[in-house]
Write a protein that binds this ligand. Structure first.
Ligand code: SAH
Ligand code: SF4
Ligand code: F3S
Length: 473
């Protein structure tokens, strides 16, 4: 069942969904090239691999050179205003190319497409196609509509779509690490957040289709999967007969058991839902990484309530305590928003004091950006000046840098198991990978290969990276 309708879309620009046999579409697109650019969270990058798969069925292959492409699709993020501005600028640039090649198809996918719907066609005239995150199966038809000279939109959200049966085309893949979506949407309604509006209702993917995808990745030689959802702790899949119920800790265990040689990570955990059962499973399996991304957003209970996060500062700190007790050596990272509506200096200081208490390995830190339609936009004033937001953000970043360095220094002299992912950007004589805590480790290349596990003794560090050398077995 759909939860939003297409009724706001003008029929004339929506175009007709053509009933063209797939075989015909196939022939028509043979040899055509698709350029896909992705923004936003890991889920969007994983979705681009679904899009590439759907369009490959109709003959499209992907290219990394937009100048030689027949279709350009931008898979977009709407979480903050600056993310959208970047996309607009890029679309203007692609439209220059379209002036020289009018047959070029330009499309916008993902969260910004869902948020702005046909506005991008009607008012801004920047694209030919607008497709929301739950409508990718319709892409071949929509492209056909455009090739017939019309514009095309499908922004229907779904309560069921999980693309469970689609085998993603791995894009930009190192052949070692991969994302696997386990659920879609979000039911949480944090007051600042646009995601529930752009991604629709929460739904969990069939557990067996997840295990099938993970097993295929293992067979292809992949060594790490990251399970993705906006709130993985509320994953819950029930089979059609209600006989089998799989929650997140069950799923994590099933994935860990597919291969002892496969590292398992996941994102994002929600403090209100992360139970000790999940922590015990992480502790039990060596191949589930000791790393949890647990966004706090603010250290002030008053502000957390206003954010509609569903927990207090004390609850959050209790979750951290549980992590420390059950998984003694666990990497913890977070997301923080600064300058949310009515945030006082004291509330800002509560965030700093919480950071001092937890000492995160890493944090993503943002200035609050008001998003249309959200609870905060409708109920509260975005009343913290840009200047104050920036000053508070600078302070938070500086404190986090200090903590990251402190944490990394504690690893000097210790030995970490590292999965080699690539050649260091700074030196082709060095390789990099991550340890279980999700920290990047750089070391001399010697004769090691990508995809190998190596034990690295840490000798030095920066705020973001550990450096060392491989211990010979
Ligand atoms: N589902 C995840 C977060 C998804 S969005 C969770 O609940 O933690 C990723 C991050 O973007 C959020 O954690 C938040 O820190 C940030 N964010 C979301 N909306 C924002 C907004 N309006 N302004 C600034 N940052 C925002
Ligand atoms: Fe947004 Fe909250 Fe859902 Fe995360 S849990 S996606 S912050 S509404
Ligand atoms: Fe952005 Fe959509 Fe992800 S808004 S953060 S791309 S779910």
């Amino acid at each position: 069942m759909n939860i939003t309708s297409n009724k706001q879309i003008d029929e004339s620009i929506q175009g007709q969904a053509l009933d063209v046999p797939v075989s015909l579409i196939n022939k028509q697109n043979q040899g055509k090239k698709l350029y896909l650019e992705s923004y936003g969270c890991a889920m969007n990058f994983a979705d681009s691999e679904i899009v590439a798969s759907i369009l490959s069925e109709t003959g499209y292959t992907t290219t990394t050179n937009y100048e030689e492409s027949d279709a350009i699709f931008m898979n977009t993020c709407a979480v903050r205003d600056n993310a959208e501005q970047r996309v607009r600028n890029k679309l203007k640039q692609f439209n220059q190319l379209k002036k020289q090649r009018p047959e070029l198809v330009i499309g916008i996918l993902g969260c910004m497409a869902e948020r702005l719907k046909s506005q991008l066609l009607e008012e801004e005239k920047l694209v030919d196609i607008v497709v929301g995150p739950d409508a990718y199966r319709d892409l071949p038809n929509l492209i056909q509509t455009v090739e017939n000279g019309q514009k095309a939109v499908n922004v229907l959200l779904s309560r069921e779509e999980t693309y469970a049966d689609i085998n993603p085309v791995r894009l930009d893949s190192n052949g070692i690490t991969s994302f696997v979506s386990i659920m879609r949407g979000c039911d949480n309604m944090c007051s600042f957040c646009v995601v529930p509006f752009t991604r629709g209702r929460e739904r969990s993917r069939d557990a067996h289709s997840i295990i099938k995808e993970v097993t295929e990745l293992v067979n292809l030689g992949y060594k790490e999967v990251t399970l993705l959802g906006q709130n993985v702790d509320s994953y819950k899949w029930t089979d059609a007969n209600n006989l089998e119920i799989v929650n997140f800790s069950n799923l994590l265990e099933m994935v860990a058991k597919t291969s002892a040689n496969l590292r398992v990570r996941f994102s994002t955990s929600h403090p209100k839902d992360m139970g000790d059962d999940v922590l015990h499973i992480i502790a039990k399996y060596e191949n589930i990484c000791n790393y949890i991304h647990l966004p706090v957003q603010s250290g002030s209970t008053g502000l957390l309530e206003k954010m509609n996060r569903g927990y207090t500062r004390e609850w959050y700190l209790n979750r951290i305590e549980s992590i420390r007790k059950i998984i003694p050596n666990c990497g913890i990272s977070t997301d923080i928003i600064t300058g949310f509506c009515s945030e006082t200096q004291e509330q800002h200081e509560e965030t700093l004091s919480l950071m001092n208490e937890v000492k995160y390995h890493f944090a993503y830190m943002y200035k609050y950006s008001e998003r249309p339609k959200t609870l905060a936009q409708r109920q509260y004033k975005d009343d913290i000046s840009e200047e104050t937001k920036s000053a508070r953000l600078t302070e938070i970043i500086a404190l986090q840098q200090k903590h990251s360095l402190e944490k990394n220094k504690m690893e000097i002299g210790k030995t970490h198991k590292v999965l080699i992912e690539g050649i260091s950007k700074k030196s082709d004589q060095h390789l990099y990978g991550r340890n279980t805590l999700n920290t990047t480790v750089v070391f001399p290349k010697e004769n090691f290969n990508l995809g190998d596990y190596v034990d690295v003794t840490i000798t030095d560090c920066t705020t973001a990276t550990l450096m060392g050398h491989v211990v010979k077995q």
